[in-house]
Design a protein around this ligand. Structure first.
Ligand SMILES: C=C(O[C@@H]1C=C(C(=O)O)C=C[C@H]1O)C(=O)O
Length: 191
């Protein structure tokens, strides 16, 4: 396991197209989504900008850990304006521990922006939030090297959903290819 978390070492993950859930699932036998929180929250500046949101109202935020064979590998935060939860993204309400990917890649009305890599500020709000949740959910502190994330915005019928994914450094150099063929053995929560 490597402890390096440079942009270069995670480059492949930061730019990997298609479903991250599906790609992670290729690393092992058991892919899991642990929902840490799904709640309304005040608008944050970066989300407001990315989503082109009205200044009024709240965002709905879903925070999860994506694990493979019990190893937590990614912390993800998805956000959207609360009005979109009653509209184009209403399926998110009942998603539970099924991967968000289930709503994104099979629907031809969903478009995705470019992936934007970003190094989180070590003591910023997002990272502190992740650290707190990571410790509570896994029993171990998040690596100090867990700093590289990527953002993208999915649009469906004019409503935006922003997804931010933050990678553990151990993923460096560990990139499975994702074939075009669907899995033969599919479980309910399989991406
Ligand atoms: C966006 C995807 O879905 C993943 C699943 C998530 C969830 O279930 O909340 C969140 C972020 C993602 O990394 C994907 O697989 O590409």
């Amino acid at each position: 396991m490597l402890g390096i978390a440079s942009r270069d070492s995670l480059r492949k993950w930061l730019h990997a197209p298609g479903s991250l859930s599906r790609r992670l699932a290729r690393l092992g036998e058991r892919f899991e989504v642990t929902v840490l929180s799904q709640r309304t929250a005040p608008l944050r500046a970066a989300e407001l900008k990315a989503l082109g949101l009205p200044r009024r109202g709240c965002t709905v935020v879903r925070e999860v850990i994506l694990s493979v064979d019990g190893r937590p590998l990614v912390w993800a935060r998805s956000s959207l304006h609360q009005s979109a939860l009653a509209g184009p993204w209403r399926a998110l309400k009942g998603l539970g521990p099924r991967p968000l990917a289930n709503l994104l890649y099979a629907d031809p009305r969903v478009r995705r922006s470019e992936l934007q890599p970003r190094r989180l500020s070590r003591h910023g709000h997002t990272r502190r939030q992740m650290q707190k949740q990571w410790l509570a959910a896994t029993g171990s502190p998040a690596s100090a090297q867990m700093l590289w994330s990527r953002n993208s915005v999915f649009s469906r019928c004019g409503a935006q959903l922003r997804v931010m994914e933050l990678f553990v450094p151990e993923l460096a150099g560990n990139m499975p290819t994702v074939g075009r063929v669907r899995c033969v053995k599919r479980r309910n929560n399989r991406p």
